[in-house]
Design a protein around this ligand. Structure first.
Ligand SMILES: *Cc1c(COP(=O)(O)O)cnc(C)c1O
Length: 378
């Protein structure tokens, strides 16, 4: 364990953040809200190409407000990708909804529109209409929004895009975050850009974003005294963190390029090993390659992904299995699931490699060399 630890996806500062944060301090805008929040929202809507945005304390908060805004309530069904992080699903349950977990397509690793269609048709025949569909842009790959959007339209169901991992990704020429009635971004410390913690809710519908701001600010009515007619939340982003976000957003194109370069160089170095393959890129877009995901077929590779993970850990290198699908999680064992075993088998054989945008060539070579040693010994 002599060498420096390599992390999966550490924060990467641009150098512009401190100046912007200093400005926030100099103007005494240390409270939540303020000019950096307004500017961060404006700059993000310009970047994504969406009408309106509310900067929030986390991506989870944005998803929670999305569920509230769409009227998800006790017993309502919400269809969600099963192959994701738990934060995609938890907010459904916060509002008393029932998640229905939809498997992914092996070609994209995102929600399979065929499974979604089967389920929407089945529910429709039973006279049931889910309150929403939450599609996740996994590891920065957009779901197939032409297909998913058309199905949501046909069955009259609101679409939410969980783009927490996909800022900077492109689907058919348009940027991730603008494909649902509501879109969600995350600026958590491990994401492609970070505010240390934060998120954003996006929409072309101004009333939805206005309502999100209202709910996120304790549902305070416009009155000098504190007047409340609804239950609210304390979910707004602070002006200091928005300043960090602005500094990060300025270098987002470089961050996407660096993550894509990591991916390409991993493929060049490891792609010819027997039993090794990588997450496919769907022909409809350009993924930000937030994390480089590799699949290890133990039969031809001669060792499992867990063998590889442990070998890397012994070299002080962090890697992680792919998301464990939500339908396999004890906490969601009571939820209905739709589809096959695609995500379960990806979880079984998949590993995320160190993918930070500041990863140096010698760092990546350490990872590559270790994996090659495991392959040789197998
Ligand atoms: C990170 C993440 C979230 C949650 O965002 P936070 O800002 O950490 O609350 C939601 N969905 C997905 C797919 C994520 O990866």
């Amino acid at each position: 364990m002599s060498e420096r630890r390599l992390y999966l996806s550490p924060p990467h500062l641009s150098g512009e953040e401190q100046g912007l944060v200093a400005e926030a301090f100099a103007s005494n805008w240390i409270a939540p809200l303020g000019p950096h929040v307004d500017a961060f929202e404006k700059e993000m809507t310009d970047y994504v190409g969406v009408g309106h945005a509310a900067a929030l304390s986390s991506g989870t908060a944005a998803l929670h407000l999305a569920m509230r805004l769409l009227g998800v309530g006790a017993g309502d069904e919400v269809l969600c990708s099963t192959f994701t992080f738990s934060a995609s699903v938890n907010p459904i349950v916060y509002e008393g909804g029932r998640p229905v977990l939809v498997d992914c397509d092996a070609a994209t690793w995102t929600m399979d529109p065929n499974f979604l269609e089967d389920e929407l048709r089945r529910l429709d025949a039973a006279g049931r209409r889910p309150k929403a569909v939450v599609a996740v842009d996994l590891y920065g790959q957009c779901a197939d929004y032409d297909a998913i959007g058309a199905l949501c339209e046909r069955y009259g169901v609101a679409l939410v895009e969980d783009a927490a991992e996909a800022l900077g990704s492109v689907y058919r020429g348009k940027r991730a975050g603008r494909f649902g009635r509501l879109g969600v971004l995350s600026f958590n410390g491990n994401k492609i850009i970070t505010t240390s913690g934060g998120g954003m809710l996006l929409s072309d519908e101004e009333p939805l974003i206005a309502k999100a701001r209202f709910l996120a600010t304790q549902a305070r009515e416009a009155a000098a005294h504190y007047e409340h007619r609804e239950i609210g939340f304390n979910y707004r982003m602070s002006n200091v963190l928005a300043a960090i976000g602005r500094g990060q957003l300025r270098v987002l194109p470089e961050r996407v390029a660096a993550r894509r370069r990591n991916f390409r160089l991993y493929v060049e170095a490891l792609g010819d090993l027997p039993g090794v393959s990588f997450m496919p890129e769907a022909p409809y877009g350009t993924a930000n390659r937030w994390l480089t995901c590799v699949l290890i077929d133990p039969k031809s590779f001669g060792a499992t992904r867990e063998d590889v993970r442990l070998a890397l850990e012994r070299e002080n290198i962090e890697s992680r299995p792919l998301w464990k699908p939500m339908h396999m999680q004890p906490v969601f064992s009571g939820c209905r699931r739709v589809g096959g075993d695609v995500s379960a088998s990806l979880f079984e054989n998949g590993l995320c490699l160190p993918s930070g945008s500041a990863l140096r060539d010698e760092d990546r070579n350490r990872v590559v060399d270790r994996i090659k040693v495991v392959a040789r010994q197998a």
